[in-house]
Design a protein around this ligand. Structure first.
Ligand SMILES: [Zn+2]
Length: 319
């Protein structure tokens, strides 16, 4: 499993690699322009000579320092004008860094620069979000014709619209959702379509089978992770737990699950849970405490119909 140190080391390396790249690019551009433009080469040589003259003028001085300085400034302006004409954006041969604060060294005021911290945080989230197969699911592909015409389809159409509107209007204070229904009724499809749109808006979304989160939190509990991951589950903009009710339940798992769900409610951060467990079944499995937190705070969307996967299989056999 990836850990926080690895993320920070990777991030620092990436920032420093960019520094090398930026310097190499600047040097290559400098060499190219000096080779191709004699006038620029002459100006550059003149600037070097004037720098030496300035130093000499300070010591003994054939010409006055002020006179040399005046010519130096004038020559430098000429160089910058010429570089701008040649399309050199910053009018100098300076490297273009991503972070002006640390100039891509990764360190500012002898501390890790914010740019490294931001990048490390993003890497950790990317790793946690890597299970989102969102590219496979869109709202446009959701086919309502699999639901029986009449009350069932009307109901599912309203569920579909609720999900669309949830992602369209998403903000980190949005409601939490409990998507309830048997396997194969489109819960994962709509959840991933929502995740895709919300990720595209720039929010941090963690999607994972409940079992994956439980495993990570158990490892953290027993000290098997060098750095904790729990905060990512507790604090991301949207946590999506797929298939609640299929995971292996130990007392540690139960307490870890309650802790994440409860913390997110206290922080007013939204969670989407997919499950085929009714409130009664959920209570039997997890106890009254967790069930009352979920059903006291989540909006329930119930899915109706017949297993779409089985319907598709039957349809393909007919052909
Ligand atoms: Zn920086």
């Amino acid at each position: 499993m990836i850990n926080k140190t690895e993320c920070y080391n990777d991030a620092l390396q990436q920032v420093r690699n960019h520094r090398h790249f930026a310097i190499e690019q600047a040097n290559a551009l400098r060499d190219k322009l000096l080779t191709e433009h004699c006038e620029l080469k002459e100006i550059e040589n003149r600037l070097i000579a004037l720098s030496k003259e300035k130093m000499a003028a300070k010591v003994c001085g054939d010409r006055s320092f002020a006179e040399i300085e005046k010519e130096y400034i004038k020559t430098k302006e000429k160089k910058q004008q010429l570089l701008t004409q040649l399309g050199c954006e910053n009018g100098e041969f300076s490297p273009v860094f991503n972070c002006n604060r640390c100039e891509d060294t990764g360190l500012a005021d002898n501390q890790l620069c914010e740019c490294v911290k931001k990048l490390a945080h993003k890497k950790m989230l990317d790793w946690l979000c890597k299970d989102i197969p969102a590219h496979e699911f869109n709202f446009a592909d959701f086919d309502l014709s699999y639901y029986q015409e009449g009350a069932e389809r009307n109901h599912m159409e309203s569920v579909f619209q609720r999900c669309q509107s949830y992602s369209a209007n998403f903000n980190p204070q949005a409601n939490s959702l409990y998507l309830l229904g048997n396997t194969g009724l489109g819960k994962t499809h709509l959840t991933l379509a929502m995740a895709k749109e919300i990720v595209a808006k720039g929010y941090q979304v963690i999607y994972c089978p409940t079992q994956s989160m439980i495993t990570a939190l158990e490892k953290e509990h027993f000290g098997h992770l060098s750095h904790p991951v729990g905060d990512y589950y507790r604090n991301c903009h949207l946590l999506i737990l797929d298939d609640l009710g299929t995971e292996y339940l130990s007392p540690v798992a139960q307490s870890a699950l309650y802790d994440v769900i409860n913390q997110r409610i206290l922080l007013k951060l939204p969670t989407i849970i997919n499950s085929n467990l009714t409130p009664q079944e959920l209570e039997k499995r997890y106890g009254e405490r967790l069930v009352s937190r979920i059903f006291g705070n989540y909006t329930v969307l119930s899915f109706k119909g017949r297993d779409i996967r089985i319907q598709k299989q039957l349809a393909s056999k007919k052909i």
